[in-house]
Design a protein around this ligand. Structure first.
Ligand SMILES: NC(=O)c1ccc[n+]([C@@H]2O[C@H](COP(=O)([O-])OP(=O)(O)OC[C@H]3O[C@@H](n4cnc5c(N)ncnc54)[C@H](O)[C@@H]3O)[C@@H](O)[C@H]2O)c1
Length: 285
């Protein structure tokens, strides 16, 4: 089955980026947020992104209009009924995702794939909430979705080979380079990345080095495009703590135990770029 109509649930950082990628690849995209205002705000964000690309000469104006026409925004879950694949990208909270999968299963047509963009949570837990567990997989895009080439396709114990193959095909149609991974917390990238990010915060907390020197060291010494603290701000510190908690729950490895400073920053509302303040102050830029 080719994915002609894609549903995306969740209007955060990831939902809007994935919508742009899929619409550029030719899919009709239905964006669903709990409130019509936030769904509409995603369209405004998409317009802004497309206009920027036209201004920079990276996209033809006619193509930008065509992409924009393929995307609609709604607060109504029923509007996802005809989608071939629905990808949820709501908050990294298993209880919320499980409830959403049960609702999607009731609403979305038989045979459609239900997928999660979770970074770490057990995909099988969402699959068993549905009457079609074989049609559930993880389709994990990276941030920012338009720029990052990787998609991790997560196969659960009950995903069918057909579903995995269709999800891989969808990612390829989106111009991405998919890898297939089993359903373990953190999959490949976050299982390897988050001990590093967490230990960078520990270094800052222990005053081993300053924020700027930690980030400069990893850019200059490892040729990474950004330092760990800047990357945590990009991911979102609340999402990062949720990722570490899921990794720790699964593996009980102390490297996955979120360091106190990270947790305190989330409580204080310092969530990174999305709140304007994290390890860096974005209001100043
Ligand atoms: N941020 C990243 O770098 C990144 C990368 C890859 C995957 N992800 C995953 O994508 C998903 C979304 O992450 P994000 O960074 O876009 O988050 P975000 O904080 O930017 O957005 C979260 C979205 O969830 C919605 N939401 C919150 N509570 C909800 C509820 N109770 N019911 C329904 N919707 C609710 C919010 O309104 C918002 O639209 C998560 O599963 C995350 O792990 C994030």
């Amino acid at each position: 089955m080719t994915i002609e109509r894609l549903g995306i649930v969740g209007s955060g950082i990831m939902g809007s980026g994935i919508a742009e990628v899929a619409a550029k690849a030719g899919a009709e995209v239905v964006l669903r947020s709990r409130k019509q205002e936030t769904a509409d705000a995603m369209l405004v964000g998409l317009d802004r992104s497309l206009t920027r690309q036209v201004d920079r000469g990276k996209l033809e104006e006619t193509e930008a209009h065509a992409v924009r026409r393929r995307v609609s925004a709604t607060a109504d879950l029923e509007a996802l009924a005809d989608c071939d694949l629905v990808l949820e990208s709501v908050v990294e909270d298993l209880a919320v995702k499980k409830q959403l999968f049960a609702e999607l299963d009731r609403v979305v047509k038989d045979g459609a794939i239900l997928a999660t963009n979770t970074s770490t949570l057990p995909v099988v837990e969402m699959a068993v909430e549905t009457g079609r567990p074989d049609r559930v997989v993880g389709v994990h895009f990276f941030n920012p979705a338009p720029a990052m080439s990787l998609v991790e396709v997560v196969r659960t114990l009950v995903s069918s080979d057909e579903t995995v193959a269709e999800a891989v095909g969808f990612a390829q149609t989106c111009g991405k380079e998919p890898v297939v991974v089993e359903d373990r917390a953190g999959f490949i990238v976050n299982a390897l990345l988050f001990p590093y990010l967490n230990n960078a915060v520990r270094m800052l907390e222990n005053r081993t080095a300053s924020r700027d020197d930690i980030d400069a060291a990893m850019k200059g010494g490892c040729n990474f495009p950004m330092g760990p603290l800047a990357l945590l701000d990009l991911v979102g510190l609340d999402t990062s703590v949720a990722i570490l908690d899921a990794l720790y729950t699964e593996f009980r490895d102390p490297n996955y135990a979120a360091v106190p400073l990270l947790r305190r920053m989330v409580v204080a509302g310092h969530l990174g770029r999305k709140s304007g303040l994290g390890f860096y102050d974005y209001a100043k830029k």
